[in-house]
Design a protein. Structure first.
Length: 198
DNA sequence: TAGGCCATCTGGTCCT
DNA sequence: AGGACCAGATGGCCTA
């Protein structure tokens, strides 16, 4: 429902520190992203528990060299984490580009991307099964084409899913899970619901 | 302005 | 031991 054409994020205090190692930026206002203001009142559970890199841990640190080493390792860890998240986001973007959806003008959120992808895969699988079964009237009869194997695999998974759904609730997905039309209908409905911003 | 989404930092845990 | 992964916390940006 949102357009995410955001400008690049400002450099965080930690990124500044990374660019100029050893240089402190104490006067920087709280401009960066969340986690960098460790000395502020409420911190994350872990930071609250340990003091993070705030005054307490600083006092606990021994020599300055050890502290610098620790800070350096943390900066390197942050950078790796950033790269990891960037790769994850690239994968999300690649996924967005192969999922057909209606809102071409607006970027799908991550949860929308995953949900649509799941249902798109389901609908494609169901379509393949429909096509292969029309060529092979006896679904149970094994054939040279991958269709029946795929069907058996798919059907087995569907049975397991149905059992789980019945155990949990089963109400939301209905009882026509095996029918391709059900998948396609649900996928189409979902696309339109996303378009309407629900 | 509230709420959704996101990027980033961070410490803990798992894995190689 | 070090890197990858994870989840919580936080603040910024955007839209309704």
């Amino acid at each position: 429902m949102k357009t995410k054409n955001r400008p690049p994020r400002r450099r965080t205090p930690m990124q500044d520190a990374e660019a100029t190692p050893g240089e402190q930026t104490p006067d920087r206002p709280q401009s960066g992203s969340g986690g960098s203001e460790l000395t502020k009142g409420l911190r994350s559970r872990t930071a609250r528990a340990s003091g993070g890199r705030g005054e307490v841990s600083r006092r606990r640190q021994g020599s300055g060299g050890r502290r610098e080493n620790s800070v350096q390792r943390r900066l390197e860890s942050n950078e790796r984490e950033r790269q990891r998240m960037h790769k994850l986001n690239n994968a999300f973007q690649a996924l967005r580009e192969v999922i057909p959806h209606v809102r071409a003008d607006k970027k799908l959120s991550k949860i929308e991307t995953l949900t649509l992808a799941k249902n798109y895969i389901k609908s494609l699988t169901a379509t393949i099964l429909t096509m292969s079964s029309s060529r092979l009237p006896g679904l149970e009869a094994p054939g040279p084409a991958p269709g029946p194997k795929l069907y058996q695999h798919y059907h087995h998974q569907q049975q397991q899913q149905q059992q789980q759904q019945q155990q949990v609730a089963g109400a939301m997905l209905g009882v026509t899970e095996d029918q391709p039309q059900g998948h396609l209908q649900r996928y189409s409905t979902q696309i339109h619901s996303f378009r309407e911003g629900s």
